[in-house]
Ligand binder design. Sequence first.
Ligand SMILES: NC(=O)c1ccc[n+]([C@@H]2O[C@H](COP(=O)([O-])OP(=O)(O)OC[C@H]3O[C@@H](n4cnc5c(N)ncnc54)[C@H](O)[C@@H]3O)[C@@H](O)[C@H]2O)c1
Length: 276
Amino acid sequence: MTDRGVQPPHRAVSLGESGRLGAGRGDAMAEFFSMAGQVVLVTGGGQGIGAAVVRRLHSAGARVAVFDADAGRAGAVAAGVGGVAVVGDVRSEADVAGALERAESALGPLTVLVNNAGITGRCDLSWNLSADEMRQVLDVNVMGPFLFCRAAVPGLLARGYGRVVNVASIAGKEGNPTLLPYSASKAAVIAMTKSLAKELAGKGDLTVNAISPAVIRTPILDDMSPATVDYMIGKIPVGRVGTVEEVAALVHYLASPEASFTTGQCYDISGGRATY
Ligand SMILES: NC(=O)c1ccc[n+]([C@@H]2O[C@H](COP(=O)([O-])OP(=O)(O)OC[C@H]3O[C@@H](n4cnc5c(N)ncnc54)[C@H](O)[C@@H]3O)[C@@H](O)[C@H]2O)c1
């Protein structure tokens, strides 16, 4: 802080000698956003954005549980960070309860929950979709985060500290054609974030925030129609897709102890597609 109470200009965070954020000797900036002592669970952490979040939070000092439906992917990512792999389906109450027990018995009480697992569903005009196709997307993208929040919040409340970061999507703000179930599910994630944030506000250092990425290069795009992906990329003013590292950096901030006066927000990471 200067003597006028103004923050100095931003400097880039550097990796320390060990390659871990916050490990650089004599680098005051590297002390910021430390996740030392934090216990994190990332759903859908086996690949894509979730795996990048796992690696980033680990590099900042957190102990991380990687929850994923795919055992091979969860195991590989967890092994890479000395974390815990937990295999399960976010739609299953039993899997969710078991995941928290397993993560906490191995790593300690949870402090950060990242609800990241999600699916797009089939890309088509909405009147061509079956009711089951709609339900499947809502089950994974809405019920999953709901079940994980419901399971984790009592512990966070009891300890008076917690960070919840929900991965929504620009689709939840804008509504993408041929992605009605996905868009509706992500709008629900944004609203759920705001409701839970208000329920927890003032009950401790507890924040709940969402992020809304535009197109990020991950395997999720492989399951979508090229026309839908092209439509979405064409809407990004900076003219490129985002990277998982860029998304992980934003999640890192929201998951950090420093992000203590921001709750109920949906952070845009869309290359300028949304300016709200
Ligand atoms: N990639 C993008 O362009 C983009 C844009 C906006 C939002 N998002 C959101 O970011 C999140 C991650 O996306 P991604 O691109 O990394 O996806 P991805 O498909 O690459 O990875 C998703 C992971 O979640 C796991 N998963 C899926 N359903 C699950 C379930 N029922 N239970 C447990 N695990 C499950 C998968 O096994 C996979 O490892 C999703 O919520 C997605 O909607 C992605």
